[in-house]
Design a protein around this ligand. Structure first.
Ligand SMILES: [Zn+2]
Length: 405
């Protein structure tokens, strides 16, 4: 499959690294002030608002007209300014599967950056441990090169065969200390999330071990019932991988993982493409504004079109934008992008724009301990911004203080 590659990733320029703490109190001569749009912050919408940038960081924000001495004013001409999106679950895009090669990983991340995802947690599907070790090395290299990759999510191999979805059941295994240590070591500290089926022998112990290592344990691809799911959250699991998909359904007498997560106050990932989860079911997740995490679960076909692709060595047919395994018809990831997930959260699920933004940026940043660096429009954080037009269509992307061309 050939693909059209979006603007080169370095169009945005390299980030200057972690944001300086606090912004300068006085405007400097080089400051740029973005004005004329509604600015979406975790506390509400500044309408109109302004955001002043200092290098790669946000220096200050405010409502109304920017101060006369704030710097060079750039009029955005309307629309909505949001923090850059943080996708915790994505496998590829723009014709590139992250697991194909380091170049494909970089190009797929660049594709999603062009759709507003300024930080990407690279999801690796179930594969033999040797293959995952190689892929984790690529992810660690990408993190250390400051490309917008924030680490790896291991979606397997410690998952339930009964709920494997598009994960290759031939490579699913029980967690062993040897396999876990090999994987964490290969990631060089950049394995940030591991999806676990807690009912597998050793599953609950794995969750405790991951939490002790500072890794987020996420319940998913699991046949666990309510009680087993609750036990997983009590051991420290703090996320649910694509809620409702790849797990027991929420039956009123057998409620399964999702109601257990709601009871435990654990955030849930949502593939908000209108295919994986009905909007009415998505609304069940809205118990508290900080409990929803918008993800894409996008595969390489995203942004390319219908056709035949592969995911984790299995053939996938994409038709009308829906990706399904050729063998079973099981949904196999999505062709969603974060800008569409956010727009649908407002238009189809009924979130207000502030809650949609928190679900796309603030909550994922908090889950990974990055709340002091990114995930909101606030002084001192990285200047990663997305401009949506009045109809919530993506207009422009700013990363590290520079617009993508
Ligand atoms: Zn996935």
């Amino acid at each position: 499959m050939t693909a059209t590659i979006p603007p080169a990733p370095d169009a945005a320029g390299p980030s200057a690294g972690p944001a300086a703490s606090g912004g300068p109190a006085t405007p400097d001569a080089r400051a740029v002030v973005l004005a004329g749009a509604r600015v979406v912050t975790p506390d509400g919408v500044l309408d109109p608002g302004w955001v002043s940038l200092s290098g790669s960081s946000i220096a200050a924000i405010g409502s109304g007209a920017p101060p006369a001495d704030a710097g060079e004013v750039v009029d955005l001409g309307g629309g909505w300014l949001l923090p850059g999106f943080i996708d915790l679950h994505v496998h590829g895009g723009g014709g590139h599967d992250f697991t194909a090669s380091p170049d494909d990983l970089a190009a797929g991340v660049a594709y999603h950056l062009s759709r507003g995802t300024t930080r990407t947690l690279v999801s690796l599907v179930t594969a033999p441990v040797d293959a995952l070790v190689t892929q984790l090395g690529w992810v660690a290299d990408a993190v250390e090169a400051d490309t917008g990759v924030i680490g790896a999510h291991l979606e397997g191999p410690f998952l339930a065969s009964a709920r494997c979805g598009a994960q290759n059941p031939a490579h699913l295994i029980d967690p062993t200390p040897e396999a876990v240590e090999r994987l964490l070591k290969a990631g060089r500290g950049h394995v940030r999330v591991v999806t676990v089926a807690p009912e597998r022998p050793g599953g609950l112990e794995l969750i405790e071990h991951l939490v002790a290592e500072g890794v987020v344990a996420s319940v998913g691809h699991t046949d666990a019932d309510y009680d087993t799911s609750l036990a997983a959250f009590e051991r420290g699991a703090s996320l649910v991988t694509h809620a409702f998909n790849g797990m027991r359904g929420a039956h009123h007498r057998e409620p399964g993982p999702v109601p257990a997560a709601l009871d435990a106050g654990v955030p849930c990932e949502l593939i908000n493409d209108g295919v994986h989860v009905h909007p009415a079911a998505a609304r069940l997740l809205l118990r508290g504004t900080d409990r929803l995490v918008l993800i894409t679960d996008a595969i390489d076909a995203t942004g390319v079109g219908d056709g035949t692709y592969t995911l984790g060595g299995q053939d996938v047919v994409v038709s009308d934008g829906q990706a399904r395994l050729a063998s079973s018809g099981s949904l196999a990831g999505s062709t969603l992008t974060m800008d569409v997930a956010v727009r649908r959260a407002v238009t189809d699920v009924g979130l207000d724009i502030v809650d949609a933004s928190v679900a796309a940026s603030g909550t994922p940043a908090r889950l990974l301990g990055l709340g002091g660096v990114c995930g909101a429009i606030a002084p001192g954080l990285d200047a990663d911004l997305v401009l949506l037009d009045d109809g919530l269509e993506l207009s422009r992307v700013l990363r590290g203080g520079r617009w993508l061309s």
